[in-house]
Design a protein around this ligand. Structure first.
Ligand code: GTP
Ligand code: MG
Length: 252
């Protein structure tokens, strides 16, 4: 069983990508299931096979603990780690090839508190990978691109499993895409683009950050993907397969 955790910034396309990956694996004759791990979500783009909202009721938490929406969301997210065994039991009943886990919209509540990393490390699976979705429409300037790459590394530090960066909303940034991909493949191109920025302090800090990312081998080009047109899905599934099944097709 292979598990794909879909992480990323708020509104970057995690849930729609979960729906697309489910469709993709279904059409490739393997058995995927989905888990919604976002206790605060109201509407989803797919019908989850397992839903953390069955175990954690955001609205009852608000009433029982007399909390506002923010406090309730924090507590609901903290409770995720306590549900790992129950969720794992449900997963076993499905006996899937792939488990696709859609994580909460507020990445800081999942990745930067203890609950998310606990869930990721204690969820049993033969292999695990995280996708970090970067909203393409927010990555169009060199400084915002660097800050997203930096955030991605920060999530990797927290979750401690292999990670693939996915640049979503490719359909909305088609003219800008070659330039964005150049930034991640050539440090000189990115440094030159950063030198053109007006704010010298921001530019210097960004240059220091990218030096570290390149040096540690963590400045890998994100996979550009549209959850609307599906352009990029072939590349993404190949990257997933390289990590999860060492490039082999799933044996049925
Ligand atoms: N054009 C375009 N829109 C997208 C794409 N991916 C997601 N969207 C839209 O972006 C919005 C947010 O998508 P979601 O999948 O809900 O994003 P999310 O990361 O799950 O959001 P939260 O869980 O609330 O943080 C929706 O309106 C989607 O239809 C994409 O690749 N292209
Ligand atoms: Mg979502």
């Amino acid at each position: 069983m292979h598990t794909i955790f879909i992480t990323g910034t708020a509104g970057s396309g995690k849930s729609l990508l979960t729906a697309r990956l489910l469709e993709w694996y279904h059409s490739n004759d393997v058995v995927p299931i989905s888990i919604n791990l976002d206790p605060g979500v109201s509407k989803l783009h797919y019908d989850p096979d397992i839903d953390v909202r069955e175990f954690i009721d955001f609205y009852s938490i608000m009433e029982d603990y007399n909390l506002g929406p923010n406090g309730s969301l924090i507590l609901a997210n903290d409770l995720i780690s306590t549900k790992v065994d129950e969720i794992q039991k449900e997963v076993q009943e499905f006996n899937p090839d792939y488990v696709i886990i859609d994580t909460p919209g507020q990445i800081e509540l999942f990745a930067f508190r203890s609950s998310g990393p606990y869930f990721v490390s204690n969820f049993y699976s033969d292999t695990k990978v995280a996708l970090f979705t970067m909203d393409g429409t927010l990555a169009t300037s060199p400084i915002s691109f660097v800050s997203l790459m930096f955030l991605s590394q920060s999530i990797k530090l927290r979750l401690n499993i292999p990670q693939i960066n996915v640049l979503t909303k490719r359909d909305k940034i088609i003219d800008k895409l070659p330039e964005i991909l150049n930034w991640s493949s050539s440090i000189t191109t990115l440094q030159n683009s950063l030198s053109l920025e007006k704010d010298t302090e921001q530019s210097l800090l960004s240059k220091d950050i990218i030096k570290t990312l390149y040096k540690s081998g963590n400045m890998v080009s994100p996979i550009a993907m549209s959850n609307i047109t599906m352009n990029g899905m072939v590349n993404l599934s190949a990257a997933l397969s390289r990590i999860l099944t060492l490039g082999e097709e799933e044996q049925k």
